[in-house]
Design a protein around this ligand. Sequence first.
Ligand SMILES: C[S@@+](CC[C@H](N)C(=O)[O-])C[C@H]1O[C@@H](n2cnc3c(N)ncnc32)[C@H](O)[C@@H]1O
Length: 200
Amino acid sequence: MNQTIEQAYPKAYAEIDQSTKDSGFTMASDVLTCSLLRTLASSKPAGQFLELGTGTGLSTAWILDGMDHASSLISVDFDQQFLSIAEQFLGTDPRLKLIHSDGGEWMAKNKHQRFDYIFADTWHGKYLLLDEAIAMLKDGGLYIIDDMLPQLNWPEGHAEKATQLIAEIEKRSDLTITKQNWATGLIIGVKTNKADPRNN
Ligand SMILES: C[S@@+](CC[C@H](N)C(=O)[O-])C[C@H]1O[C@@H](n2cnc3c(N)ncnc32)[C@H](O)[C@@H]1O
């Protein structure tokens, strides 16, 4: 077995990829991660999906490709220049709501919403407001983060932050996690409610 992705890429992928390169956006998710995002998206029929950090919409395109027609995706980013690339190529998909907002502000206003799947690909929901993001997951919901292995574009001091975040996530009793030393380094967690209702 090799890691080649033989299944078709999302329809808009090539155009978004080209526009991403033209725009100078350097933080796009790699295709292996995107492929996993799509696979996991397929596990949530009629699901409610949240992406924090749209970028230019590369990961968004793969998540949408895994979702069924009864599912919906909210994707949030504060950079209109990059968000407009996602809008251009994915904006007509009725399942997608692109939100131009600071991640923290959006989470504060929407903390009562519940999701089946959260891809936290910016500060909020990952390095910031982690508890709040996990609280927004339904039981059995997926929490996914990437870029947990050292990356060339990490600023000084970021490695320590990543190590701290991994330790913090490992300690949580409300997430059953697997760390994957693969692609850019992923953590996949499932929101777990182990409380025994017989104790109520
Ligand atoms: C790693 S990139 C997202 C990449 C994208 N998910 C993909 O796969 O191509 C992180 C994104 O977070 C956005 N971002 C950074 N700080 C933010 C904030 N405070 N609120 C909302 N978005 C933010 C950046 O504009 C950037 O697009």
